[in-house]
Design a protein around this ligand. Structure first.
Ligand SMILES: Nc1ncnc2c1ncn2[C@@H]1O[C@H](COP(=O)(O)OP(=O)(O)OP(=O)(O)O)[C@@H](O)[C@H]1O
Length: 347
């Protein structure tokens, strides 16, 4: 991701009592970037966001905005706005009044205020809803009002904490595309928190995978999916076959009792590694053509593909295939070098 760095976290740690929930977080966020903090419940995503927004202070480390330390700056003086999981709209105000609220406090002239609110209503696709009571809106519409209310202040950064968490699956998918469109249209930085890997991969320029208060990997969606740095990232982002392996030469890795050519480089001879193979990268062939063999033990129809379990000599393989192979079939398994992802640093 190109662009100037707008926010920088240097060695940020946070403890609540004796529990350290963020450990030495280093993170650079760029102008116009859609960056997502992704991880399981309790990994520290919200705490990171709250520190950036100014609702929580770090126990250690430095928080820079456009190169200046903003640790002591209160939330309302930061050029950062937040959309929370619960929309927290003002129930006694209509849609227009909700969006106007911050501008009135800032005493923005009436004409300019009106112009900016109309622009926001267009952006979030709620033109004509000005007079509606916010309680009469659907969850998705309420969330659009919350986003309009935050963006009308023209922040440089918008923080979003699981904003689609309360919506049903279909609406969520719609809103994911809408949010991406809004971000591109206003051209500001979005920092988004979710525990949903698919959501993160769909919307983001950069995905930051967290676990136990530590950044496990920071990269593009394609990087974190295709080149997970460790077993946690591999299993959290999509389903995987993860095996213990051993390197023989720089490009030969042994697992399941066979040697495979791989494309990852830079390992030591006999280095212990872990190997990740995505279910969609396991090719089913006839037994004599396979590198490994197994028996199909389970088949589940998933719409686009069949999910299959194949019991091999030493492990069960999870396989996604568009071709159905009946339970009980003896099959061969083939994996091309490009689809064998080797993770080192274990020994
Ligand atoms: N104010 C607080 N006081 C004490 N502990 C807290 C406080 N806020 C957060 N924690 C703890 O810090 C850890 C990280 O919480 P955080 O909310 O940042 O995680 P998260 O990844 O956003 O999780 P979720 O997806 O469930 O919101 C958790 O163990 C949580 O219980």
């Amino acid at each position: 991701m190109n662009g100037n760095i707008i926010i920088e976290l240097n060695g940020i740690s946070k403890s609540f009592g004796s529990e350290e929930v963020l450990k030495d977080i280093d993170l650079k966020i760029r102008e116009n970037e859609f960056l997502t903090l992704l991880g399981p419940s309790g990994c520290g995503k919200t705490t990171t966001l709250r520190i950036i927004g100014g609702f929580e202070s770090a126990s250690k480390g430095e928080l820079l905005f456009e190169g200046k330390d903003i640790s002591g700056v209160p939330p309302y003086e930061r050029q950062i706005n937040t959309v929370f999981q619960k929309y927290a709209l003002f129930p006694h105000l209509d849609v227009y009044g909700n969006i106007a609220f911050g501008l009135k406090i800032k005493k923005v002239p009436k004409d300019e205020m009106h112009e900016r609110i109309l622009e926001m209503l267009r952006l979030v696709d709620l033109k004509g809803f000005e007079k509606r009571n916010v309680n009469s809106l659907s969850g998705g519409q309420q969330q659009r009002v919350a986003i309009a209310r935050a963006l009308v202040n023209k922040p440089k950064v918008l923080l979003l904490d699981e904003p689609l968490g309360a919506l049903d699956l279909k609406l969520r998918k719609e809103m994911q595309h809408e949010l991406k469109r809004m971000q591109q249209s206003v051209g500001i930085t979005f920092v988004y928190v979710t525990h949903d890997q698919e959501e993160a991969l769909t919307m983001s320029d950069t995905v930051v995978v967290m676990d136990k208060g530590v950044i496990q990997q920071n990269g593009t969606p394609i990087d974190v999916y295709n080149e997970p740095k460790n077993a946690f990232v591999a299993s959290f982002i999509g389903e995987s076959n993860i095996m213990d392996g051993i390197m023989h030469e720089d490009f030969l890795v042994e697992f399941s009792g066979k040697r495979f050519v791989c494309v990852d480089r830079g390992f030591r001879e006999r280095e212990k590694v872990q190997v990740v193979v995505r279910p969609e990268d396991v090719e089913i062939v006839s037994p004599e053509k396979g590198d490994l063999t197994g028996v199909v033990t389970e088949v589940t129809f998933k719409g686009v593909h069949y999910e299959m379990e194949i019991r091999g000599d030493d492990r069960r393989w999870l396989v996604h295939s568009t071709r159905m192979v009946p339970v009980g079939s003896s099959v061969g398994i083939k994996i091309v070098p490009d689809n064998i992802h080797v993770m080192g640093g274990l020994s």
